[in-house]
Ligand binder design. Structure first.
Ligand code: TYD
Length: 250
């Protein structure tokens, strides 16, 4: 199913970082703040978020034979789950003007499969783009924690056995962490890097400070007003002429 090339008024915000970086907690906190500002918010997680995606997640993350899976298959399965999620949940939500908070998105594949597992970047980027179509994140929040912190948080988790991805070695997670920082440096207009070693409250505050101005625009302090949509994130206006041409074609 191709994605319709319609302009949308929603905002897609992806959260990235190693395991144990605290993404899930911060997504819940941000969702609450945005809802308090009257926004329609949905949260999704990758891999998964749809019935098909959850089945794929099970194969990748928990399958007992998972250790035999090659990196190429892993990349394609993550991309397949994402393609479904975009078409079933994310694109429709953006079209109705919602803010979508995604726990991981295509940068996870770039970093884990491309950089972590050494797959060639060309095919990784092409597969990523094919899966998401034109639905790219407006903002990506990377919660950065040192690998030692990330690994000790994984060990402390309630679940008895770490899953397949979590059994990777320290070198792999060093590559993942460095990979995110390289991506963020290369695309500062999309990425926000947050120090994940601070307290949950401090991280929440910093994320809000960064995102509030990007989503709602800088507060107009002198007039005591807050603009409703940052011009950067406002939907592209289609000129009336182009609109009527399109309508005539249908
Ligand atoms: P999950 O339990 O969701 O971990 P987390 O809470 O840290 O997000 O497991 C997802 C695992 O899959 C995680 O190790 C990252 C990995 N992953 C990839 O390797 N590539 C991808 O494209 C995605 C979305 C996730």
């Amino acid at each position: 199913m191709p994605l319709k090339d319609k302009p949308h008024t929603g905002v897609l915000i992806s959260f990235e970082g190693s395991e144990g970086s605290g993404k899930t907690t911060q997504i819940a906190r941000l969702a609450k703040r945005l809802q308090e500002r009257g926004r329609d918010v949905i949260s999704t997680r990758e891999p998964g978020g749809t019935e098909i995606g959850e089945q794929i997640r099970n194969i990748i993350v928990h399958n007992s034979k998972g250790d035999e899976m090659c990196a190429e298959t892993e990349l394609l399965l993550f991309a397949a789950a994402r393609a479904q999620l975009v078409r079933e949940n994310i694109a429709p939500a953006l079209l109705r003007g919602a803010i979508v908070l995604s726990d991981r998105y295509l940068d996870s594949s770039t970093v884990y499969q491309g950089i972590g597992r050494n797959l060639a970047m060309g095919p990784v980027n092409q597969i990523n783009r094919f899966a998401v179509g034109n639905v790219m994140p407006h903002i990506t929040v990377v919660i950065d924690v040192p690998t030692s912190v990330s690994l000790s948080r994984i060990r402390q988790r309630a679940s008895d056995l770490p899953d397949r991805m979590e059994r990777e070695n320290i070198d792999f997670y060093e590559k993942v962490r460095a990979g995110y920082l390289v991506l963020a440096k290369g695309m500062p207009e999309r990425f926000v890097v947050i120090d994940g070693t601070k307290s949950e409250d401090a991280i929440e505050k910093q994320i809000w400070t960064e995102l509030e101005k990007r989503i709602f625009g800088a507060p107009e302090k002198s007039k005591g007003k807050v603009r409703s949509v940052s011009p950067k994130l406002a939907p592209k206006k289609v000129p009336a002429k182009a609109r009527s041409k399109k309508a005539a074609k249908r």
